[in-house]
Ligand binder design. Structure first.
Ligand code: MLT
Ligand code: MN
Ligand code: ZN
Length: 305
């Protein structure tokens, strides 16, 4: 399995267009040792030819330009992406679908029932795309039931409902239902090796804990360092946990959780918010993550399992 990180930042990207926090200002001015990042997306393939786009970020066009292997140029209009899978219906994970409207045929979009509901009502991307290439919604089952995506051979998938939050625009915001967010298990059918991917991960039930224990690589929520990170900066009244993101630091933080996984597991943080001090490569927080044997995803990172 090839896992290609197209975008490693949370919503807003890094630097965020209107943000002058220490990180955004510093990376813009070149006074901070840090790497710009685009918004949350992965490309996955079992055979290196047929790719699944996991989340379609607002930065998809720039991400495709930066990933030439996704444009094999076999015909006048072509792309190696054979299907899209959505982890949730958040703006940073679905807006890129609009950019794919010139697709030659309707796009196969795999999502859960609640995500589909949002994409047909509150944020009716599917309805709008009906006026362009169109969408064929494909249902992601929950509860760890294994499913295949025929257009992307060699991989098996299983989704776990996460206790997180529905998108800010959703009628279910702060009253989420199972399937508003998922953690995804992907197994390479030839090597048997497994990925666990959850860019938004807060509560961890036994099914998710088990999936993380058996994974060879976990690519998980690295949004905020502290639970009150946005409050302390005066940017928001919400805690990271209120938004469905487990902070990295502290008792029960993501780093403590990752420390409980086997030593052989590759541990990678993704969906990193621009305010997170780990983005500053000279910070104590960056060093703590690296010293814990945890990687910080960057755009273009490729993992082979
Ligand atoms: C999130 O991950 O919490 C959302 O992407 C926030 C947003 O939509 O900006
Ligand atoms: Mn997000
Ligand atoms: Zn910022």
């Amino acid at each position: 399995m090839r896992i290609h990180v197209l975008g490693s930042a949370a919503g807003g990207g890094f630097p965020q267009w209107n943000c002058n926090c220490r990180n955004c200002d510093g990376v813009r001015r070149g006074t901070l040792r840090a790497t710009p990042r685009t918004q949350s997306s992965l490309a996955l393939s079992g055979d290196g030819t047929n790719w699944l786009l996991c989340n379609a970020s607002p930065d998809i066009l720039a991400q495709l330009r930066a990933a030439p292997f996704l444009q094999p140029a076999r015909s006048l209009r072509d792309i190696a992406i054979r299907a899209v899978l959505l982890i949730d219906a958040q703006i940073d994970h679905v807006t890129g679908l609009f950019m794919l409207r010139e697709h030659r045929q309707p796009l196969d979009v795999w999502c859960t029932d609640p995500a589909r509901e949002d994409l047909e009502s509150g944020n009716p991307v599917f309805r709008l795309l009906g006026h362009y290439a169109g969408v064929v919604p494909r249902r992601i089952p929950l509860g760890g039931e294994v499913f295949m995506i025929p257009a992307v051979p060699g991989l098996a998938f299983a989704a776990h409902a996460l206790t997180s939050n529905a998108p800010p625009y959703s009628p279910r915001r702060d009253r989420p239902v199972p399937g508003d967010n998922i953690g995804l298990e992907v197994t390479d059918l030839s090597s048997g090796r497994q990925l666990f991917y959850a860019p938004g991960l807060c509560e961890i039930d036994t099914a998710v804990a088990d999936a993380m224990q058996r994974a060879d690589c976990v690519l998980v929520d690295g949004t905020c360092w502290r639970d009150d990170e946005l409050i302390a900066l005066g940017i928001s009244k919400k805690r990271a946990r209120d938004m469905g993101h487990r902070p990295l630091d502290g008792d029960g933080g993501m780093l403590a959780l990752l420390a409980g996984l086997p030593g052989s597991t590759r541990k990678v943080l993704i969906h990193i918010n621009n305010t997170n001090p780990i983005l500053d490569e000279d910070s104590a927080e960056h060093r703590r993550v690296r010293d814990a044997g945890v990687e910080i995803a960057h755009d273009g990172l490729e993992i082979t399992l």
